[in-house]
Design a protein around this ligand. Structure first.
Ligand SMILES: [Zn+2]
Length: 270
């Protein structure tokens, strides 16, 4: 069984999967430290759309890409609108959103590619990052799945995209569900709990009641969605670190009351 682990390069601490690296995949989920940002964005904020100084973010992005000796111009970023659309990208999209938010791929929350040397990047503070890798056809994807994305089943859309574009067999896809807000902290309204209960009626353990409040386990929900899409449970790694509990490591939107930085989830085929 493969698993995730912490690693460190150039002072930056990040989560990665050594087993994927051995198969030629560069991937990481960065912690919040060792960047150039200040105050709310202290310090490795990777997102251009959250009000941080642009040059600081660009410095941080290049510092991250230095881990692999790559340029931040190799990144591709999308708008992240809490929807469930996935874009399939190749060299024509290289650099989209890398230096300016204006040039991101609009209207989507996930990226798929078969092209080596492209680094797909999404940004997070509590929402769940999901990484997908098919070792047989060498296809990768990364997905932004917050509560809206989970309700919209974006994880399933990503697997479908890999099937339709590249004839990938879901049974061979490996997945990593990274850090996000945990069931310890993700309290939701009764209204939303009713909707979640409807969508996940076969899996009521995604909701937990405590002292009259309802908490939603997003990671478990996405774990079930990936299995519904055809992935084998033994091919899905779940991180289980809570971004809100671990603000010593991560930015947390809820923990900060809104104004905060974003961590990067990046994946590329070498
Ligand atoms: Zn927590």
């Amino acid at each position: 069984m493969q698993n995730w682990q912490w690693s460190e390069t150039g002072g930056i601490k990040f989560i990665t999967i050594p087993g994927w690296k051995q198969q030629g995949v560069d991937m990481l989920f960065a912690s919040r430290h060792k960047g150039a940002g200040r105050d709310h964005f202290d310090s490795l904020n990777m997102a251009l759309h959250v009000g941080d100084d642009k040059e600081t973010v660009l410095l941080n992005r290049q510092k991250l890409m230095d881990i692999w000796g790559k340029s931040s111009d190799d990144l591709i970023c999308c708008e992240q609108v809490h929807g469930n659309r996935i874009a399939n990208v190749d060299n024509t999209e290289r650099g989209r959103g890398a230096r300016k938010f204006d040039t991101v791929l609009p209207g989507c929350d996930g990226l798929i590619t078969a092209t080596s040397g492209l680094y797909l990047a999404l940004f997070f503070a509590d929402c769940l990052p999901i990484f997908l890798f098919d070792p047989l056809k060498r296809i990768i994807a990364v997905v932004h799945s917050g509560w809206k994305g989970t309700m919209g089943k974006i994880a399933i859309e990503a697997v479908k995209g890999m099937q339709q574009q590249y004839q990938v067999d879901p049974g061979s896809i490996q997945a990593f569900i990274g850090p996000g807000i945990g069931p310890c902290c993700f309290e939701i309204s009764r209204d939303l709990a009713d909707q979640v209960g409807g969508e996940f009626h076969e899996r009521q353990d995604v909701l937990q009641e405590q002292n009259g409040s309802v908490f939603w386990d997003l990671a478990r929900s996405n774990y079930y969605l990936l299995q519904k899409a055809g992935l084998k449970p033994e091919n899905i790694i779940v991180c289980e670190l809570c971004t809100r509990c671990r603000q010593d490591l991560f930015f947390s939107y809820r923990g900060a009351g809104g104004l905060t930085g974003r961590m990067a989830a990046v994946i590329g085929l070498r």
